[in-house]
Design a protein around this ligand. Structure first.
Ligand SMILES: Cc1cc2nc3c(=O)[nH]c(=O)nc-3n(C[C@H](O)[C@H](O)[C@H](O)COP(=O)(O)O)c2cc1C
Length: 315
């Protein structure tokens, strides 16, 4: 267990400093609800295209779905048009959102090619203008970014200062470069430099899989908190390990997530989504390879439930 503490993001008080990262394709409400139950202090839905709010508002609804359990509501936007991002932040659709996070770290070619995500690390004036404009919406604003584009173009300290100067209320630094995508060493030293450079809260991200790696990331960076992505995907109860919240059996956790997903999404989506999730949750278990194969052949909720019963027998 870590010695957790509150984080103040502007005037917003977050109960602890262990956050769930945004994960495209995964951090929907049922998954976030599990992470909150196991102690995550703050959770993020997957990144959303600012243009989508104008051109495909229906498509944004499922991604924005939230319920009472999620006391602090966040959204993560990507885009490069300051006026549009501000318009979205000010929109009725986001009226209940407490914190708008701006994605300036995504390395995916289709995003970067458009000058969005981590491309903004090489356009300081535009990045600054985006933060300033979105801030005018009156929302609290945070920025999630990487340490740089590659080893030769590390920007952490200057970019952290840029965010603070433009009015950001918090930053999250993923300690890898765009070139590294999601693999390789996390630059603790660079996250530490960001922490030294600004007064707003700095959240460190990258490589947390258990208590030991969580402690290392916090200790080596001096950051105000940590954000966990893949470590939560394979084990949402990592938040309980770190915060002391109560744990459940894996069976209980999976069945709850299945119920919520069924309630909010179509049966087809539920089966496809839960197959992926259960595959994560059984990683490392005996017979996991054999079960994984059968999981991906389960076509209905009933088939999925039968398999869950077999993998995690009751009692
Ligand atoms: C499948 C997947 C989807 C992701 N989606 C997002 C996203 O929507 N927004 C974002 O800022 N980062 C996204 N990330 C990056 C993570 O939030 C995080 O920064 C990265 O995985 C490093 O943390 P980790 O080492 O704990 O996994 C994604 C990563 C993965 C693996």
């Amino acid at each position: 267990m870590l010695a957790t503490h509150e984080v103040r993001i502007g005037d917003l008080v977050v109960p602890n400093n262990v956050f769930l990262a945004p994960l495209a394709g995964y951090t929907n409400y049922p998954f976030r609800k599990q992470c909150l139950k196991y102690g995550a202090g703050l959770t993020f839905p997957e990144m959303m295209n600012a243009r989508g709010f104008l051109f495909n508002p229906k498509g944004t609804e499922a991604l924005l779905h939230t319920e009472e359990e999620e006391k602090i509501k966040t959204v993560q936007l990507f885009g490069k048009d300051p006026a549009l991002l501000r318009q979205v932040a000010e929109s009725e659709t986001l009226s209940k959102v407490d914190l708008v996070d701006l994605n300036m770290g995504c390395p995916m070619p289709k995003i970067v090619k458009n000058g969005e995500g981590s491309a903004l690390l090489s356009d300081f004036p535009l990045a600054s203008e985006i933060i300033r404009e979105v801030k005018k919406s009156g929302k609290r604003v945070s920025v999630k970014f990487r340490v740089g584009l590659d080893e030769k173009r590390i920007v952490t300290e200057d970019f952290a200062k840029l965010c603070e100067d433009a009015g950001a209320d918090m930053i999250t630094v993923h300690g890898r470069t765009r070139e590294q995508v999601y693999a390789g060493e996390v630059r603790y030293d660079e996250i530490a430099r960001a922490k030294q450079a600004v007064r707003i809260p700095v959240i460190a991200n990258g490589g947390v899989m258990d208590e030991e790696s969580a402690r290392l990331l916090l200790d080596r960076t001096g950051a105000d908190g940590i954000m966990i992505a893949r470590g939560a995907l394979s084990n949402p109860q990592i938040f309980a390990d770190l915060t002391g919240a109560k744990k459940d059996s894996k069976r209980q956790m999976i069945l709850e997530e299945l119920e919520d997903t069924m309630r909010l999404f179509s049966p087809h989506f539920t089966v496809v989504f839960m197959r992926k999730m259960v595959a994560f949750y059984i990683k490392g278990m005996r017979d996991s390879v054999r079960f994984k194969d059968r999981l991906f052949r389960a076509e209905t909720e009933e088939a999925l439930r039968a398999l869950i019963d077999e993998i995690f027998p009751e009692g």
